[in-house]
Design a protein around this ligand. Structure first.
Ligand SMILES: [Zn+2]
Length: 202
């Protein structure tokens, strides 16, 4: 245990994902020795990102405006929605350049043991989105692109059940070939691109 504010810093850093107690200590001591200007820049960008970046009101992608870049782009196909867990999955799929539709970001995956049920995700908003577009711009296809792990599979199964009864809606999933147990964003572009183009109807 360290004195006052140093320990506070270690505690705060230790709450970040993937940062264990040892790493938290190492980062804290790095910051203590770093140039004040560098530390100030880090502090500023942390505050700025929270102030500026919000969620897109349509797809819940992160965005600096009310609607994200993808939802604002008239060239993106409105009839195809790709459902992903997190913003980083949008980035991963965009990198493949295989997808020209739009997204819906759930904000996680079903994980009952950690208290994440359907109400904690943006599933209701997804159903509303599909139900609302009745003016000749119906959503024709939903691509479920959750992570290839237990929680992602459970989420996909749940979504398929919820989406089954929408008339005229095709529900597809990414083709197999993604490394099981992993996160979508860790798949290389080629594999993810192939999984997208080879998606199958469920
Ligand atoms: Zn959006």
């Amino acid at each position: 245990m360290y004195e006052g504010v140093v320990q506070d810093l270690i505690d705060e850093l230790g709450r970040l994902p993937g940062v264990g107690p040892k790493s938290a200590q190492r980062i804290a001591f790095h910051l203590l020795q770093a140039d004040p200007t560098d530390v100030r820049r880090l502090a500023d960008v942390l505050i700025e990102v929270k102030a500026k970046v919000k969620f897109c009101s349509i797809c819940f992608n992160v965005s600096e405006d009310d609607q994200c870049r993808i939802c604002r782009d008239p060239r993106r196909d409105q009839s195809v929605l790709c459902v992903v867990e997190e913003y980083k999955d949008v980035v991963a799929i965009e990198r493949t350049r295989e997808f020209k539709g739009r997204y819906h970001v759930l904000g996680g995956a079903l994980d009952p043991l950690s208290g994440v049920g359907p109400d904690q995700l943006r599933i209701r908003q997804l159903l509303q989105r599909i139900g609302n577009q009745v003016d000749g711009r119906d959503v024709a296809e939903i691509i479920i692109a959750t992570d290839p792990n237990t929680e992602g599979e459970a989420t996909a199964t749940y979504l398929v059940r919820m989406l089954r009864d929408f008339p005229g809606l095709t529900v597809t999933r990414l083709a197999s070939g993604l490394p099981m147990g992993g996160d979508l964003e860790f798949a290389d572009e080629l594999t993810l691109g192939r999984a997208m183009s080879g998606r199958r109807v469920v």
